[in-house]
Write a protein that binds this ligand. Structure first.
Ligand code: BG6
Length: 501
């Protein structure tokens, strides 16, 4: 890997502590950082290098999946870190930073490759990007990359304005927009399985697939983020980004060696082929929900509107379910159902691909009839990819029972999403990042929903905390003759696993 200076804005913040330092440490342990690597942490607080390093050591201790490493290793990792005070609005501070970076690069005789990671609120993006440009921090003799985190705008218009502004300092291929769902290991393994197995590729058409279900259920409520969440809701917080990215990644077929541009092109095609919603019809395909008081894991939990910091009478959405269709020759006629929400019965992020009905002669509709075949990608909390097939029930010969074959049991110690993504950004590989075309197209797609919510023309369905969300979300599928997999009866948990009988 090429020598890199990693310049981290927001180095004393929560995201850095919970995600970025532990991810970098795990990469270090696996020998996946560049041989010449330095990280300069930037913040308003007047910290010494020593205090900064002490904080990183603590973050590894608290959040790394490799916390058991010996002290010498942690010490050697910390050598790459230093800290500088920087006032985001003060151009002079950027000049000082440039001097510090150049001094090191020249002493070591390494290329001026610089990665700018903005772990700060989006309100600072514009000032930082402009000052990077004005101070000459991006050198012509090396590469520069910008890594940013969502939110990328608040709606279509603000997303475009943000992108235009960033475009003045960075070209599209220099911008790495993190959507941490794209870094999730089971998503990446699912694409690898699809790429390397003609049998799966052959099935990937509307001739064989009945529907696709994408779920990201959470048990947590708004936590300490009321101020942010009450202005954003499930639609902006999860659906416009994570959920639509999962839809695109499921719908595209990637081939081995397909680079970031191919993936970008295919994802763009999916977004263009996604049937648009008319504002007046949003309520037919979208269920908007908000949690009421309920019981979760045996404990009473408050209604959304009673959470601290939430505006009285707030109509903010904490749940969304939607039915989408892609009008292209592969997917025409195959509904995609998406749902995500807070304070639901269990944490589960999964994609289920349901194949068309089993053979007519074995489908009696009674208990013991053959079930549809399913490809199930469990992304969280369990991690696995499995295929559900039918086999004969040993006890009652005339009937069938589903059997689940583990294609990839996940192996327990998988990298965190941030490890995958930071590693790719260091390599300059944008395959698993959100490209502007997709971000723009997803905002365009959700815009009528935002407007319909704004006008309150879509009913806000209350659901009891600790359930699977409003009943209307089940009806979205029931209308087409389907149901959400693995909600209530949870057959997946009772299935036998091949080879383990
Ligand atoms: C974040 C959202 O992007 O994703 C949070 O802002 C949400 O509201 C989180 O809780 C979910 O991520 P994960 O990886 O826990 O499914």
């Amino acid at each position: 890997m090429e020598p890199t200076t990693f310049i981290l804005f927001g180095a004393t913040g929560d995201l850095a502590k919970r995600k970025i330092y532990p991810a970098l440490f795990n990469l270090f342990i696996e020998g996946k950082l560049p041989a010449s690597f330095a990280l300069i942490g930037l913040g308003r607080r007047d910290w010494s290098d020593e205090k900064f390093r002490g904080n990183i050591a603590q973050s590894i201790q608290d959040f790394s999946r490799r916390k058991g490493q010996d002290a010498a290793q942690v010490e050697s990792f910390l050598q790459a870190f230093s800290y500088s005070v920087l006032d985001i609005g003060n151009l002079e501070d950027y000049g000082k930073l440039l001097h510090k970076i150049e001094t090191r690069e020249q002493a070591l005789d390494v290329a001026p490759n610089r990665l700018f990671y903005l772990s700060v609120g989006p309100e600072y993006f514009e000032t930082i990007a402009a000052n990077i440009e004005a101070s000459g921090l991006g050198s012509a003799n090396g590469w520069k990359r910008l890594v940013i985190e969502k939110p990328f705008g608040h709606d279509l218009q603000t997303a475009r304005a943000l992108n235009d502004m960033l475009g003045q300092a960075f070209a599209e291929e220099q911008i790495f927009r993190i959507d941490h769902y794209l870094g999730k290991p089971m998503l990446q393994r699912f694409k690898a399985i699809q790429q390397s197995n003609p049998i799966i590729q052959a099935l990937w058409t509307n001739r064989n697939i009945a529907n696709v279900q994408i779920t990201a259920n959470e048990t947590v409520g708004v936590e300490e983020r009321a101020g942010y969440y009450d202005h954003v809701g499930a639609l902006r917080d999860m659906f416009q980004n994570h959920m639509l990215q999962l839809l695109m990644m499921t719908a595209i077929r990637t081939s081995v060696g397909g680079d970031a541009d191919v993936v970008r092109f295919k994802k763009k095609h999916i977004m263009e082929a996604l049937e648009p919603l008319q504002k007046a019809d949003v309520g037919l395909s979208v269920v908007r929900g908000q949690y009421a008081a309920g019981v979760l894991h045996g404990k009473p939990v408050a209604a959304y509107t009673s959470e601290p910091g939430i505006a009285e009478g707030s109509t903010n959405d904490t749940f969304i379910a939607a039915r989408l269709t892609i009008d292209d020759s592969f997917w025409r006629g195959v509904p995609f159902y998406i749902r995500t929400g807070k304070r639901l019965k269990e944490k589960s992020t999964r994609i289920v691909i349901e194949f068309k009905e089993p053979l007519k002669q074995v489908t009696t509709g009674e208990e013991g009839a053959a079930e549809p075949n399913l490809l199930v990608i469990e992304m969280s909390p369990g991690e696995s990819i499995s295929l559900q097939l039918n086999t004969m029930d040993g006890a009652a010969k005339e009937t069938f029972k589903p059997m689940r074959i583990d294609i990839d049991p996940g192996h327990g110690d998988l990298p965190e999403a941030y490890e995958n993504l930071i590693h790719d950004a260091l390599l300059g590989d944008a395959t698993y990042f959100a490209h502007w075309d997709e971000v723009e197209a997803s905002w365009a797609w959700v815009q009528p929903i935002l407007e319909a919510y704004e006008e309150n023309s879509v009913p806000l369905r209350q659901y009891e905390a600790g359930t699977f969300g409003p009943a209307e979300a089940d009806e979205l599928l029931a209308r087409d003759g389907y149901r959400w997999w693995f909600d209530v009866a949870e057959p997946a948990k009772q299935l036998m696993v091949a080879g383990q009988e």
